[in-house]
Design a binder for this molecule. Sequence first.
Ligand code: PMP
Length: 328
Amino acid sequence: MIFEMEIKMSESPQSEKIWIDGNLVGWNQATVHVLTHTLHYGYGVFEGIRMYNTDNGPAVFRLEEHLIRLFRSAKILGIEIPFRKEDIFRATLETVRANNMEECYIRPLVFLGDDKRGLNCQGAKVHVAIAVWPWGAYLGDEALSNGIKVKVSSFTRHHHNIFMTKAKVCGAYVNSIMAKMEAVKDGYDEALMLDPNGNVAEGSGENIFIVRNGKIKTPPVSAILDGITRDSIISLASEMDTVVEEQYFSRDEVYIADEAFFTGTAAELTPINSLDNRIIGKGNVGPITKKLQTMFFEALRGKSKKHKNWLCYLGTQAYPTWRQDLNY
Ligand code: PMP
């Protein structure tokens, strides 16, 4: 197991520089002490963002929204990030530029240092790192074009009073990893998690949508991460004159749906072919899923006039002015 992990680690995509606490350092220099608080207890927050190449050069998809969520996640945990949003915004672009990439995944991470040991981590030093690496289709190119096999997880998604599901908290992903590993070991591509009431919640790292009789449904944000891709799909669906209903639904409603798909920064828009071995619809990519996927890829590649504001071009000098009246 350890040997296997070492091989996989060395095969992991890398980049040259990582931004940490205000400085760009070499990939191998971005290290922490073994007593780093977040390493022990998972008390930290992070983001997952993508940059795509477009006809006008590389552009980060919905960077402002991701950074707002990062700061909100920190607020939920009571962590004070020692940088302003505009600093992290600039640092993100600086990191991508320093690594000379046209497309990449971007991982800002806020974590507590090694100066506190116990659970009362008040006053612990807060660190921020931003790493980028090349990352193709999370579930594979084949998954994007042909869809995936999903299993309802035996692990329940967090109740929002157990784990704050609006925050993208490092430790919350223990639950996701258990679900993902179980699904993959059982021969599926991804897990679908139910909330503590038995309603459909989300994938291990994705939001879910279903289509039935031309109507699109997605669970409300109470027990799930408020996905930025989810939000993008809701906007795109409204342009197709299709309202997305935010409603609870059960796993058997997914079994009898005409179409289903996952959304997420990593997974983008991945069609679901089957759930628990029940073929969904015709078992291929349904027309509404296909249309939304096309619109989504057009938007992130800068081909949609309507959604130019979702893109932050790498060469931009125009930084957003964060609204002071909004309580992020
Ligand atoms: N749910 C979970 C649990 C996730 O980890 C993610 C990925 N961030 C999502 C949903 C999708 O969110 P987004 O579209 O903002 O990436």
